[in-house]
Design a binder for this molecule. Structure first.
Ligand code: M6R
Length: 616
């Protein structure tokens, strides 16, 4: 995964690079490093841990003068543990070439074998091989440019690369295949980064490198070439970005971003309702204006997404089938792209992603493009100006605002909100739902912010309940129908931030195996609001009870039957069944959060994870 940054110009290099790395940390934060060329010599500083550790160990005390060019990297380990040595920049044997890499060089073992023992490998990374290979090619060709090109032609896999060298100390070399890379244009200075987010403090003019393109970047000029070495004339994209977009949202009085983001959810649903409806009575999706015909004719949706976004897709399946009568398949992207994808003329691909950069989801889109190039692709994305946006026919912004917590909360609600309204819109478009029925659903939707606030007001009680379970080692989450995906999502939230084992199941599946786990040590979190599955869920709870499982039940206010058999109940307000997932998820988010805090975990940046998963 990883985030990369590069700079050529006269500013203080360490500050530009480190500030960029802080903004890119959502792409990985297990180690980081920078390298610069100063007075013709390459120097590098690297540290395991977050960027702050690099700053504390080195950056605070170093003085770099007359530096011309530099690169930086924040890592999410794929090959080799997160150590100082495995951190990037990776250097050539003679220490004259430094590079940072995002992606995976799949033929690294083969290349490494050919370079050893002449070239001294220090790390366990796949990336290091590229540095040695350039050095080897330089020894052969005596031209750094040729060495760089020769190296690219031998690399297999994916990469965004930024390279500096003592052989050409005023220049930044960059290349892209499969991992994003953007050039930021300045006056007598230029930048590169994995994401716009690291560049917007400096410029509004960008060049997006395409796959197989590479660039030679000096302070005064940017030259882009294709794979064959032909110069490519690239369009400069000028983006209007508000100053407020430059700043990371503040945590305010909240101790963690995750908690703030949970509390942001009511406002997000208001924003979604006002954006995607006119006066809360009629649905409108401006970005779909050119696609109404294929949407009317659509016979099947193929949804593909990862993690929490996949869970949103699982809920959406119920809505799309119920409101629009469109059969819907939901796949995990990393599985989708490797199965036989069968699509017909009137099918549509829906990709769901908070970041718009998830490698597996992008690969799913590309696979469909390869097989069925006319199939429309509509993506539900939260961030703007992403690779996924550029590769989709239409996008529906999730409108969650910047999500910082690695555990996705507010984007889940935002995805659910937009997908619900999208399904209603299709029901309207296809004449399946009457105007009266749509108005009824929208009235119910409009109540959500107040109802979520009511659950949030119950926060102290949920915290007290959660703290009783912080010493447990494993959890089962169960639900049925539209609330089954929330059982998966509740378990995912708990796992990723508390590091405790949790599994989500469709409650009817318990008897097919997982029930063997149930005894007095197993807390079972049951989603049992008043819905059409209520009595079936009750049967499942009785089965848990008879095996002494400890039940924590999310129930509709006033429920007596579940209360009579559960150890603990967390009430939520009454709502129509179709919208119940937008309420049952709130106590699960808080439950996971409170347990993680009780265990003193790094809630916003849990170990081993990254906000945006940009490798396969
Ligand atoms: O940016 P995306 O929505 O494509 O990300 C998908 C998953 O990586 C993401 O939802 C991940 O599972 C989160 N950590 C869940 O909290």
């Amino acid at each position: 995964m990883c985030g990369i940054i590069g700079y050529v110009g006269k500013r203080d290099l360490a500050s530009v690079l480190v500030a960029g790395l802080e903004r890119l940390s959502y792409r990985g934060y297990d180690s980081s490093g920078i390298a610069v060329i100063s007075k013709g010599e390459l120097s590098a500083w690297k540290s395991e841990g977050k960027v702050q550790r690099l700053i504390d160990r080195y950056i605070k005390s170093i003085k770099i003068s007359n530096a011309t060019v530099g690169i930086g990297h924040t890592r999410w380990a794929t090959h080799g543990e997160p150590t100082d040595i495995n951190a990037h920049p990776q250097l050539s044997s003679d220490q004259k070439i430094g590079l940072v890499h995002n992606g995976i060089i799949e033929n690294f073992a083969f290349l490494k074998k050919n370079l050893q023992p002449r070239y001294l490998f220090k790390s366990e990374t796949d990336s290091e091989v590229a540095a040695h290979l350039i050095e080897a090619e330089f020894h052969r060709t005596h031209s750094f440019l040729q060495a760089f090109q020769k190296t690219l032609s031998q690399l297999e896999g994916t990469y965004a690369l930024a390279i500096i060298s003592e052989h050409d100390p005023q220049t930044l070399f960059a290349a892209r295949l499969g991992s994003p890379l953007i050039i930021g244009l300045g006056e007598d200075e230029n930048f590169i980064a994995s994401d716009l987010v690291a560049l917007i403090p400096h410029t509004r003019n960008f060049i997006y490198l395409a796959d197989n393109e590479w660039a030679i970047i000096s302070a005064s000029e940017v030259q882009v070439y294709d794979q064959a070495g032909n110069r490519v004339k690239k369009a400069i994209k000028h983006l209007k970005i508000n100053d407020s977009d430059l700043h990371q949202p503040a945590k305010g009085h909240f101790p963690h971003y995750m908690l703030k983001e949970i509390f942001d959810q009511p406002e997000i649903l208001k924003r979604i309702l006002s954006t995607y409806t006119s006066d809360e009575v009629e649905l409108r999706f401006k970005s779909l204006a050119a696609h109404t015909d294929p949407l009317k004719k659509c016979e099947k949706f193929l949804i593909q997404a990862c993690g929490t976004s996949w869970h949103a897709g699982l809920v959406a399946k119920y809505w799309l089938e119920e409101f629009a009568h469109i059969s819907t398949e939901v796949d995990i992207s990393s599985e989708f792209r490797y199965r036989k994808i069968l699509a017909r003329n009137h099918d549509i691909l829906l990709a769901l992603s908070q970041s718009g950069e998830t490698a597996d989801t992008l690969a799913g889109i590309r696979e469909v493009r390869k097989l069925y190039n006319k199939l429309p692709v509509i993506s539900f994305i939260n961030r703007s100006e992403t690779t996924m946006e550029h590769e989709s026919d239409a996008i529906i912004p999730s409108l969650a605002g910047t999500e910082i917590g690695v555990a996705s909360t507010k984007n889940y609600i935002a995805q659910l909100g937009t997908l619900f309204l999208f399904a209603l819109y299709l029901g309207q478009l296809k004449g399946i739902l009457t105007a009266a029925k749509i108005a009824e659903y929208l009235r119910a939707f409009a109540m959500l912010p107040a109802l979520i606030n009511k659950i949030l007001a119950y926060r102290k009680t949920i915290k007290a309940i959660s703290s009783r379970y912080a010493t447990d080692k494993g959890f089962l989450f169960i639900g049925r129908g539209m609330n089954y995906p929330n059982a998966l999502e509740g378990a995912l939230k708990l796992k990723e931030i508390s590091y405790l084992y949790a599994a989500g199941y469709a409650a009817g599946e318990l008897k097919h195996g997982p029930i063997a786990l149930i005894d007095e040590n197993m807390p079972v979190i049951a989603l049992i609001p008043h819905t059409s599955n209520y009595s079936k869920m009750m049967n499942n709870l009785e089965e848990v009870r008879s095996r002494k499982g400890r039940i924590i039940a999310i129930v509709t206010e006033g429920d007596k039957d579940v209360t009579a058999i559960a150890d603990t109940v967390i009430p939520i307000p009454a709502i129509i069944e179709e919208l119940s997932p937008l309420l049952t998820i709130i106590p699960l988010q808080l439950f996971a959060y409170d347990i993680a805090v009780a265990l003193d975990r790094d809630v916003d940046q849990p170990k081993n994870l990254a906000k945006s998963v940009t490798v396969e």
